[in-house]
Design a protein around this ligand. Structure first.
Ligand code: ZN
Length: 741
């Protein structure tokens, strides 16, 4: 996320991580400040590290803080733009870096709460303000006097006496302003403002529809018998969910915002599996009030118009220019290189599943049936059991949530980086199901505050993500307050929270983003923590996944929640073995979504689908890319593909793009002694602490001493198609699925 003005907003929408926002409280009098009497956003929080005053923040505080914050910000910008003195780095760039304090504080808390615990008031505020925030950003980005100053500084950037980070900051401001339309003529600027306002409103509506549809599509089940295969705890949770939704005596299977749904791996009732799957994939295109197809069509059309106005053939070209990928061709080449191997592996896996179905049906004396998408997870589990003699449910007792966090995720960070953690209970919470930790550096000084928010709830958006309440910067003297969010089903009171292996991996992944935020050591807010290209930002988080199954780490946290017994060695070995399993499916469903995103945003003019063509467009795009394997649908279908309406438009490829760097880095660490403080300190010093203050690929080279190579990724995902196909499952290392939704 690059544009300093759009950060807080874009991040909240995209679920992307921290960012430099407008910082430092300016003590200038704000007109209308009297209406902010007692408003907790008016001043910096006095809590440790400026942790937000959740005990004082009420929903009615947001609108006045937004209004006054925008007024204050515009006044600051106007003062910078009309300063009679010649532009200097200090009176222009630094003043911009320090501006917008009040707005930044309010916006960050607001969008964090909209993502984690929304309600009707917050939804209404989001709808009311999305276009106004877009207009506010445009008022700054399209201010001609301001741009003139930035342009002058940019021309003279090498003679301003700045260090490398300062020069880069000037370059980034210049690029951001140009990409935001600063060089357009007045008529174009006027049209651009209309487009941005409309896109903001459409984006808000899209995300609200996704949440409404995932809740509305929950599947009601009449009898307990149909739930055969679920655990007692899951059945009670389903009964509880039914009760809270007014279906007392029945059961409700709630959905996640992915195409696949976890209970599909367990439910023996094939009809119910089919119902759940069909409910999942129908979301957002049902012709009801939450139908998203019209929004997608309109958004893509507006993005195309904007891209052309800015001098690009399409939205994807515009977006990718500012990423490490640089061009659609580079992205297409990479995805195209991976797709055939992924589909070939998925077809091999499907053959195994079909054999299992045929064998089972024959044993029952019944006719066989063809593998359907709602059968995949169920029979994969059976093949896994047959091949490795164990199933997922044997693992769960060893993955108690708090133990995974403290004895796994934290322990790994302690071993690699020397940092330590202490829970604190004195700070106010925005929701009772959150945990707060002080994070200490190796020398005992406080490094950050970490908020852990693991449970799913109807008011929380899908997926997992990291965000930031306070970002580190030397200019502001701030230290990070960061949070991790997941959607782990909450057990009934008194029951332990036992995780799946995927949930364990996701916890390590998100904490990798948190480390990127917490280790930030930059001068300017703009470059703080995860403020890097989005096709780079997933790289450090993916690297952190490597500790989940690192033997000494796994042994430290994988203990039976009742007996404390360590996970038996043979089960542990199986975890490692089966992590190599089902990778054709995982890669194919991911690539299908990534390629759909590219097709949609590389489309131009008449090729952009209308609302009633979205479903057909999707099918044709998958076929054209050779990734239309019916048994493995895309991880997200367009009508609930939140990434592409938010900050990941033309950017879902970023996960696998980042994974090239991840695979190279994991290999480097393994070849240099593995889990050592020396390796951790090196990764922190060369990369994690640098934020966006240097070119992203340079950071990678600084760490590894080499350019990235695609081979380790291909090996890791088992995507090297063997010359002679002997039918054996391909060898692959444990993979990293996109853990963020
Ligand atoms: Zn991530």
């Amino acid at each position: 996320m690059k544009h300093p003005l759009s950060l807080a907003l874009a991040i909240a929408v995209a679920g992307m991580a921290a960012a430099p926002v407008l910082v430092q409280a300016q003590q200038t009098a704000v007109s209308g400040a009297e209406s902010l009497q007692g408003n907790p956003f008016l001043e910096k929080s006095t809590l440790p590290l400026e942790y937000p005053h959740f005990d004082r923040i009420r929903d009615e505080h947001f609108a006045p803080a937004f209004d006054a914050g925008m007024r204050q910000n515009l006044a600051e910008v106007e003062a910078i733009a009309t300063n009679p003195e010649a532009p200097t780095f200090e009176n222009t760039i630094l003043e911009l870096e320090k501006s917008g304090q009040l707005l930044g504080r309010a916006v960050r808390v607001f969008f964090n709460l909209v993502g984690t615990d929304t309600n009707d008031t917050r939804k209404q505020l989001q709808a009311d303000y999305s276009a106004r925030f877009a207009a506010h950003q445009d008022a700054i980005a399209l201010n001609p006097q301001l741009f003139e100053r930035i342009e002058t500084l940019h021309e003279n950037r090498d003679s301003l006496g700045l260090d490398a980070e300062g020069v880069r900051l000037v370059e980034r401001y210049y690029t951001d302003f140009v990409r935001s339309g600063a060089k357009l003529d007045d008529a174009q600027k006027a049209r651009l403002k209309e487009i941005n306002a409309e896109l903001a409103e459409l984006g808000t509506k899209f995300s609200q529809n996704v949440l409404a549809e995932v809740n509305d599509s929950a599947v009601v089940v009449d009898t307990r018998e149909e739930l055969d295969g679920l655990t007692e705890a899951q059945i009670s949770a389903a009964a509880e969910a039914a009760k809270s939704r007014g279906h007392e005596g029945k059961y409700v299977i709630t959905l996640l915002n992915t195409t696949g749904q976890p209970p599909l791996s367990q439910l023996t009732n094939r009809d119910l599996r089919e119902r759940i799957f069909k409910a999942s994939v129908a979301r957002g295109a049902r012709g009801n009030e939450w139908d998203n197809t019209g929004i997608i069509a309109q958004v893509v059309k507006l993005r195309d118009e904007r891209a052309k106005m800015l001098g690009y053939p399409n939205h994807a070209t515009y977006v990718l220019e500012d990423e490490t990928a640089k061009t659609p061709q580079a992205v297409n080449d990479m995805l195209g290189q991976l797709a055939p191997a992924a589909v070939a592996n998925a077809r091999r896996e499907a053959a195994d599943l079909q054999a299992m179905i045929d064998q089972e049906q024959a044993a029952k004396g019944e006719a066989s049936f063809e593998l359907e998408p709602w059968d995949w997870a169920f029979y994969t589990e059976k093949v896994r059991q047959a091949r490795y003699d164990f199933d997922e449910s044997q693992l769960k007792p060893y993955f108690e949530m708090k133990s995974v966090l403290e004895d796994g995720v934290f322990h790994a960070a302690n071993q690699f980086y020397g940092i330590s953690f202490k829970e604190r209970t004195d700070l106010p919470k925005y929701h009772p199901d959150t945990w707060i930790y002080d994070v200490f550096d190796a020398d005992g000084s406080q490094l950050a505050i970490f908020i852990f928010d693991p449970y799913a709830r109807d008011s929380k958006r899908g997926g997992a993500w990291m965000n930031s309440y306070v970002s580190q910067s030397e200019l502001e003297g701030t230290s990070p307050v960061v949070a991790n969010h997941q959607n782990i089903p909450k057990p009934q009171a008194g029951e332990p929270t036992l995780l799946t292996w995927d949930e364990v991996i996701t916890m390590f992944h998100e904490f990798g983003h948190a480390l990127h935020g917490m280790f930030s050591d930059v001068t300017y807010p703009y470059f703080s923590g995860t403020s890097v290209p989005r096709d780079f930002v997933e790289f450090p988080s993916q690297v952190n996944e490597m500790w989940a199954d690192w033997p000494s780490i796994l042994a430290n946290y994988a203990k039976h929640h009742e007996t404390g017994e360590p996970m038996p060695q043979e089960l542990l070995d199986k975890v490692l073995e089966t992590a190599r399993f089902n990778q054709g499916f995982a890669t194919t469903e991911y690539l299908a979504a990534a390629m759909l995103d590219q097709r949609l945003h590389q489309a131009e003019g008449d090729a952009i689908p209308a609302a009633d063509e979205i479903v057909r467009f999707e099918a044709e795009a998958l076929a054209a890319d050779g990734i239309d394997f019916a048994a493995v649908p895309p991880r997200y279908k367009l009508p609930y593909f939140s990434h592409i309406m938010g900050g990941y438009s033309a950017g879902y490829y970023a996960y696998i793009w980042s994974e090239v760097l991840d695979a190279n880095t994991v290999k480097w660490i393994e070849e240099h002694g593995g889990l050592t403080r020396a390796n951790g300190d090196r990764f922190r010093a060369t990369l994690l602490s640098q934020g966006g203050s240097k070119d992203a690929l340079q950071l990678f080279r600084d760490f590894s001493g080499a350019d990235p190579d695609i081979t380790p990724l291909l090996e890791k995902r088992g995507l090297v198609v063997p010359d002679t196909d002997d039918g054996a499952p391909p060898e692959a290392e444990p993979t990293t699925l996109p853990a963020d939704s």
